[in-house]
Design a protein around this ligand. Structure first.
Ligand code: AMP
Ligand code: ZN
Length: 466
């Protein structure tokens, strides 16, 4: 299996620390609001990674945290705790907010058929682990206290910023030191707050430095090391985590242990909307519930994400989602049709096996989902027995996660009847023969019957006109 490692900026062969096992930690949601579909893209990428590692024969231990304290609105320890802000604005307690949005998050994950991580850990359940880690950093001379808060001193280590390849001299000269005058270096960060501008903070705990609450980054170091050990295989997140969150996680983890913490850093690119990166702070953001209200199946969105490589930006539009929906429905129809034709082959023939291998190879080559998906379509269009096609499709779906085995032959979302299918085939033949007048004529006939023809990379499909 090959993976792009942000640390080396190159694609590397994945070699697990413990043969046969893969340990991965993924930064989870901050549960102060619904996850937007950009956040969900990142969790779908991590799900593909999880499934592909398993496919390659590894026993995976996947840990994800739930951030329910300490994540401030600003990346430079400025702003307000996102949970407290959400509680204040909604008139509910922080604990209610956390419970509500954690449940909403897992409901989205279930709808998207994302495999639940083996361990899901909440920051507020691990305060003592964080305090122990901060104590260790303090004993090692990596911290200082100023204005009541405990800070990590980045000058106490010699490789701060290696993941993001930060130019510290440049940063220093350009930094806005006025954000927090307690900081000796503008890139120092808070490990423990006792003295914040929010005196009435609801979430506070006793600590050796006084009653307060942890900074955001320390939770991921403390919890990942608790569950995966002080040296593990893979750490994931969205690319926005590279310059601050992951950079600070590495600094404190490696300062505490004195050795390399994580071998592979894997980051998912952004989902974009018209105005750029989809984000909660920019106001307008789309949730899975909104897509559902508009009549989309959550798996339309999963399919849409599969159509782009996780390291490429993906531009969201409803038109693009419509294409994904049409292709996904077409796929479901094909599977339903195959199911009605017979059994699943126990030992598929060489041709089907060839497609299965090509599919796995694409996924094991830095999760090339679009190439893998194209193997599925090539296989379905090839001249091989239905039972082999079903077996190969189920094998591929072990990673695609579209739930193909659950499709009932009778419940297929068939769009159009036999006549419409024939017309569609006739239209394809006309196009092939460059008889575009006839092709357009058929399109209009179908439109009159209430169907829109959409040409997708997987071939033409029908959609009901609404
Ligand atoms: P948050 O709940 O804000 O901590 O974000 C959860 C995850 O979503 C993190 O791994 C982020 O890096 C990621 N993320 C945030 N915005 C986007 C986006 N527009 N596209 C893809 N991933 C994102
Ligand atoms: Zn994290």
């Amino acid at each position: 299996m090959k993976l792009y490692n942000t640390m080396s900026r190159s694609i590397e062969e994945f070699v697990p620390i413990v043969p046969g096992k893969a340990s991965m930690y993924c930064c989870g949601p901050t549960v102060y609001n619904y996850a937007h579909i950009g956040n969900l893209r990142t969790y779908i990428f991590e799900d593909l990674l999880h499934r592909t590692l398993e496919r390659s024969g590894l026993e995976v231990c996947h840990v994800m945290n739930i951030t329910d304290v300490g994540h401030l609105t600003g990346d430079g320890d400025d702003g307000e705790d996102k949970m407290e802000k959400s509680a204040r604005e909604s008139g509910r307690s922080v604990w209610d907010i956390a419970r509500f949005y954690t449940d909403a998050f897992f409901s989205d994950e279930k709808d998207l058929r994302i495999i639940r991580p083996d361990i899901v850990c909440k920051a507020t359940d691990h305060i003592s682990d964080m305090i122990a880690l901060i104590k260790r950093l303090e004993d090692g001379g990596h911290t200082y206290t100023a204005g009541g808060n405990v800070y990590f001193s980045i000058d106490s280590i010699d490789d701060y910023g290696k993941l993001a390849r930060l130019d510290l001299d440049e940063l220093k000269s350009g930094a806005r030191i006025d954000i927090d005058s307690n900081k000796r270096n503008p890139k120092d960060f808070v490990l423990w707050f006792t003295n914040s501008k929010f005196k009435d903070q609801a979430m506070m705990w006793d600590s050796p430095w006084g009653r307060g609450y942890p900074g955001w980054h320390i939770e991921c170091s403390a919890m990942s090391m608790k569950y995966l050990g002080e040296h593990f295989d893979i750490h994931c997140g969205g690319i926005d985590a590279i310059p601050v969150h992951h950079t600070n996680e590495i600094a404190q983890s490696e300062a505490a242990t004195g050795h390399v913490w994580v071998n592979y850093w894997c980051h998912g690119e952004f989902l974009l909307n018209d105005s750029g990166k989809m984000s909660k702070s920019s106001g307008e953001f789309l949730t899975l519930s909104v897509l559902k209200e508009k009549g989309y199946d959550p798996l339309d969105y999963r399919y849409f994400c599969l159509s782009g490589h996780y390291r490429s930006q993906l531009k969201f539009s409803f038109e693009a989602l419509d294409h994904a929906r049409a292709a996904r429905r077409n796929l479901f129809d094909k599977i339903a049709q195959l199911k009605s034709e017979g059994e699943v082959a126990k030992e598929p023939g060489e041709k089907a096996m060839g497609y299965m291998r090509a599919f796995d190879e694409a996924m094991e080559n830095d999760l090339s989902a679009p190439q893998a998906l194209s193997q599925l379509w090539l296989m379905l269009k090839d001249d091989i027995p239905s039972s082999d096609k079903l077996a190969a499709a189920y094998h591929m779906d072990g990673i695609l996660g579209l739930g193909l085995e659950g499709i009932e032959a009778s419940c297929a979302e068939t769009v159009g009847g036999e006549e419409e299918r024939k017309l569609l085939e006739e239209r394809s033949a006309a196009k092939k023969a460059r008889d575009f007048a006839r092709a357009d004529e058929i399109r209009d006939i179908l439109l009159e019957r209430g169907f829109i023809v959409r040409d997708t990379p997987q071939g033409p499909v029908l959609e009901k006109r609404v």
